[in-house]
Design a protein around this ligand. Structure first.
Ligand SMILES: *Cc1c(COP(=O)(O)O)cnc(C)c1O
Length: 225
């Protein structure tokens, strides 16, 4: 249980949009998609975001997302759910059935499994390839050096609908160089989608061309660990 006072989700959403709009104006860019990251948040906070009219959410675990969203899906048809956490191949069928955007394609085996499952379920979902821009051994994502070949593989051999790239910069580094690297790799592969920026750095990500930002705690408050 969280000990903090329940945050004002509607106010936080409005403030987040305001900060996004300031960043967009100074960068001369259009608004990105705001993915509200609801992982490990209590139900009342998610319902508050829905009541405020927000419809795009991000989850990092398939099972948790199923529990939270399966029923809500039935009553909220315009919901858009992004999978933003690592995906095991044995969860691919459930992920394809539940989510609308898969942001974490990061290895050939997963790309093949997703392609097969999307064909089987007749659900061709937009995908992002996760790039491990910091080359951190413990983090998922394709290495920057291997990204071009992997993008080609996903598009041409698997037939996945690759909308763009996604990254999670190392916690102890300036995110700017990671955002710039992701943008460079996307540009040379003709990809327009850039999913980058979290609560601490989404304004900066917008400056680097983010088309989608993933914001959790700035909207919902701190997560229970
Ligand atoms: C949890 C998470 C976020 C949101 O993080 P905040 O710092 O709470 O905004 C964004 N992206 C990914 C991949 C995450 O796992």
């Amino acid at each position: 249980m969280s000990s903090e006072i329940t945050p004002d989700i509607a106010a936080n959403l409005a403030a987040t949009w305001q900060n996004i709009d300031v960043a967009c104006a100074s960068a001369g860019r259009d608004r990105p998609v705001l993915v509200a990251v609801s992982k490990r948040q209590p139900d009342d906070r998610i319902d508050a975001a829905l009541a405020a009219g927000h419809r795009v959410f991000g989850e990092n675990r398939v099972q948790e997302a199923q529990q939270r969203w399966s029923d809500r899906r039935d009553t909220i048809p315009d919901l858009t759910l992004h999978l933003i956490g690592p995906l095991q191949t044995n969860k691919v069928a459930e992920a394809v059935a539940l989510f609308d955007v898969i942001e974490i394609v990061d290895r050939p085996k997963l790309a093949r499994a997703l392609a097969r499952e999307m064909a089987g379920q007749d659900r061709r979902l937009p995908c992002y390839i996760q790039v491990n821009t910091g080359e951190e051994p413990q983090k998922s994502g394709i290495m920057p050096m291997e990204a071009d070949d992997f993008i080609t593989f996903c598009r041409d051999e698997c037939g996945l609908m690759i909308e763009g790239l996604m990254c999670i910069p190392p916690q102890d580094e300036e995110p700017a160089m990671h955002f710039a690297l992701l943008r460079t790799i996307a540009a040379r592969n003709g990809l327009s989608g850039l999913s980058m920026g979290m609560s601490g750095d989404f304004e900066e990500a917008v400056g680097f061309g983010a088309t989608s930002v993933r914001v959790g705690s700035a909207i919902f408050g701190a997560r229970d660990v």
